[in-house]
Write a new protein. Structure first.
Length: 94
C-alpha cells in the first residue's frame, strides 16, 4: 500500500514484486499478480508468480511493526540469508 501511495504522488519507487496473503490488490507498477502464487528459490534468484528477481535482494514484511527483514545473497557473494531485527542489546542481525 505504501508503494501505491508513493507512486500516486509521483514519487519513484524501486523495481519490486509483491505477493498478497490477505487479498490486497495493488494499483502500482509492481510485478506479479499479488494473489498468493508460487515462490521458487534458486541459488542466484527467486521466482515469484513467474517474475525473476536476482539476488541480492531484501524481503520486508508488509506490517511496519514487523522488523523481520531478510537480505538474500547470491552464491557469488557466499550465498545465504542474513536476518535483521529490532536491536536487542548490541545485536541487530544474525
Amino acid at each position: 500500500k505504501v508503494y501505491d501511495l508513493l507512486e500516486s504522488s509521483g514519487i519513484d519507487v524501486p523495481r519490486h514484486v509483491y505477493m498478497s496473503r490477505d487479498g490486497y490488490v495493488s494499483t502500482g507498477t509492481g510485478d506479479g499478480n499479488g494473489e498468493g502464487g508460487d515462490i521458487i528459490e534458486h541459488d542466484d534468484y527467486i521466482e515469484i508468480n513467474g517474475v525473476v528477481i536476482h539476488k541480492p535482494f531484501v524481503e520486508k514484511p508488509v506490517d511496519a511493526d514487523d522488523h523481520d527483514i531478510a537480505i538474500y545473497y547470491p552464491t557469488s557473494a557466499g550465498g545465504g540469508c542474513k536476518k535483521l531485527f529490532r536491536k536487542v542489546g548490541e545485536r541487530s542481525s544474525e
